[in-house]
Write a protein that binds this ligand. Structure first.
Ligand SMILES: Cc1cc2nc3c(=O)[nH]c(=O)nc-3n(C[C@H](O)[C@H](O)[C@H](O)COP(=O)(O)OP(=O)(O)OC[C@H]3O[C@@H](n4cnc5c(N)ncnc54)[C@H](O)[C@@H]3O)c2cc1C
Length: 542
């Protein structure tokens, strides 16, 4: 093998950038970070990743986006659904909406109740706080001084403000802190921003570590396989500019490639369901039936409205002066449409009478019918996201070639609860949009269209537009010893082999009730501590 490190981190996304920072903080550790995509330090990617709206310039390109797809079936009207995944420093956190949500206390308490000792809310809260630099007032549950700035949007479109007023008119509480004591209610989102610029995981955690002599970062380098020696992960086969080589790890390999690529890489390396590996012509290193299973996302439907008064964000002739002014506004004040993540506001509600929110609605102050689209017509949207779906899908290999995209089946709506709850959330979104606070800004319902009124009509319409919230989790899930579908244990070590952990969104035992980037960073913060603690224990043992 050509080069050797103590730790090798695969992937520089929400988890991997943080992991590389923590492991390389001790100069005695030699750490390598391998990222398939390019650096975000070079022009013009540095501008596109810093500008909150900049993801629309990155998402169209295969260089920065893995451009995966969700397979269709009759439940989604046989549509193939685009599934962007960030492929650059910062991973998805460099191209996402930047919304900071932690989920609910009950989510983590349920993880612990399922046998994942040490993952209850009281256990994970210190890690959320350690990572955070909260701009609001001191509160027991927020952190100050961490690398990840959490701030309100600098730009606040009048449409976003009116929607929050409309939600209050519809009887919902105002809520300005969804990490606080109550998650329900509507208000401005907290964002991963620093003074009007996006704070991806790379900008927050990786950039400050890049000058460390003990951290080697290989960009545009694809990991093809993890290499094992008698059940121990010892190195990687990598490829850069068409040339293949190997690197070795003395202590551990930490797989942070995200919830679709981590199971893909495990299976390509011989860890996964043995029948599937045999079908793909891959030698089995260890049979782990849970790899690639239990895929959960937040199925998302929308209500899209016309905005005849044209306050919303759009590239239209009607607001030409505003568009022409926006570069200067961004440059000098970090404000205006270029400083907006478009998803400036939203909130949570409960449809089943239990009081625990089961629906999130994210409001977009522009007609973005998918993550990469540039609005050309004035309008606004409510994205209705099902928080705890009962359906689960899978990630499987298409072949034994690392270049081939995995087959991702979300299995949306397999359980009738999912559609039933989304319909309730959809009706509530329509009710909010019909309130007086929005009357002067609102025209016709563009999608799905007001002709869909009965449950059966709405059901049929939602299947034609259902999308993903881009929050895949669970495909390398953590679980206790008795859970045969568990891929990692409570310290995120891959079961059945040594020297290998998975640390990213894929390890969530069940999807949390909200956006997934901050919880993934919390997982990485905890895992880094496990790794460093275990190194001390093994040094003492040796
Ligand atoms: C369009 C979009 C909008 C979103 N909006 C939000 C939001 O507003 N708020 C929120 O909290 N969450 C949001 N999310 C979800 C959130 O960003 C993800 O859950 C989170 O970033 C996942 O982190 P991760 O570390 O698991 O994986 P990723 O961030 O995906 O990182 C994986 C990294 O591994 C690299 N990699 C993969 N395979 C290989 C390989 N073989 N070799 C080398 N490198 C490899 C990838 O290139 C990538 O950089 C959004 C996601 C998307 C796509």
């Amino acid at each position: 093998m050509s080069d050797s490190f103590d730790y090798i981190v695969i992937g520089s996304g929400s988890a991997g950038s943080l992991m590389a920072n923590r492991l390389s903080a001790d100069p005695a550790n030699r750490v390598a970070l391998i990222e398939a995509g390019p650096s975000d330090k070079k022009w013009p990617v540095n501008l596109k990743t810093a500008m909150p709206v900049g993801n629309i310039f990155l998402l169209p390109h295969e260089k920065y986006n893995w451009k995966q797809a969700l397979t269709g079936n009759a439940a989604v009207n046989n549509r193939t659904i685009n599934f962007p995944r960030g492929k650059l420093f910062g991973g998805c956190s460099a191209i996402n909406g930047g919304v900071y949500i932690r989920g609910q206390k009950a989510d983590y308490d349920a993880w612990a109740k399922a046998g994942n000792d040490g993952w209850a809310y009281d256990d994970v809260l210190p890690a959320f706080k350690a990572v955070e630099n909260y701009a609001g007032p001191e509160k027991g549950w927020h952190g100050k001084g961490g690398e990840l700035d959490v701030q309100k949007p600098k730009s606040w479109n009048p449409v976003s403000a009116a929607i929050v007023d409309a939600a209050a008119e519809a009887g919902h509480q105002r809520n300005d802190d969804f990490a606080g004591e109550r998650q329900d209610g509507f208000g401005r989102y907290d964002l991963n921003q620093r003074n009007g610029t996006r704070l991806s995981s790379a900008r927050a955690f990786l950039h400050p570590a890049l000058k460390r002599a003990n951290l080697t970062v290989l960009d545009e380098t694809m990991v093809r396989r993890i290499l094992f020696d008698r059940g121990q992960a010892v190195g990687l086969e990598i490829e850069k500019d068409g040339a293949r080589s190997t690197i070795s790890a003395r202590r551990e390999i930490i797989l942070c490639a995200g919830a679709t690529n981590s199971p893909q890489l495990l299976m390509l390396s011989g860890i996964g369901p043995q029948d599937h590996l045999h079908d793909m012509g891959i030698d089995v290193v260890h049979h782990l039936p849970g790899v690639g299973q239990h895929l959960q996302d937040h199925p998302t439907v929308h209500v899209a409205m016309e905005n005849p008064s044209a306050e919303s964000y759009a590239v239209s002739a009607r607001v030409l002066p505003r568009i022409l002014a926006s570069p200067l506004k961004y440059l000098f004040k970090r404000e205006g449409m270029l400083a907006s993540n478009v998803a400036e506001a939203g909130g949570f509600l409960c449809t089943d009478g239990t009081g625990r929110p089961d629906i999130q609605i994210t409001f977009l102050a522009g007609l973005k019918l998918d993550a990469r689209s540039v609005p050309r017509r004035h309008g606004y949207m409510g994205l209705i996201q099902l928080l705890r779906p009962k359906s689960a899908g899978s990630v499987r290999l298409a072949s034994n070639r690392p270049e081939d995209k995995p087959v991702i089946d979300p299995n949306f709506f397999a359980d009738p609860y999912d559609m039933q709850t989304l319909i309730a959330g959809f009706r509530e979104c329509r009710r909010i949009f019909a309130q007086p606070a929005l009357a002067a800004m609102t025209g016709a319902e563009i999608e799905p269209g007001i002709q869909h009124q009965s449950d059966a009509e709405i059901d049929a319409a939602l299947r034609k537009i259902v999308n993903t919230a881009y929050h895949p989790t669970g495909t390398c899930k953590m679980g206790p010893d008795g859970d045969r579908m568990a891929v990692v244990d409570g310290r995120l070590r891959v079961r059945g082999v040594s020297g290998l952990r998975v640390v990213d969104a894929s390890v969530m035992p069940d999807i949390i009730s909200g956006n997934t980037s901050a919880p993934t960073m919390m997982i990485a913060e905890r895992a880094a501590r496990f790794i460093l603690e275990d190194a001390v224990t093994s040094n003492i043992a040796a």
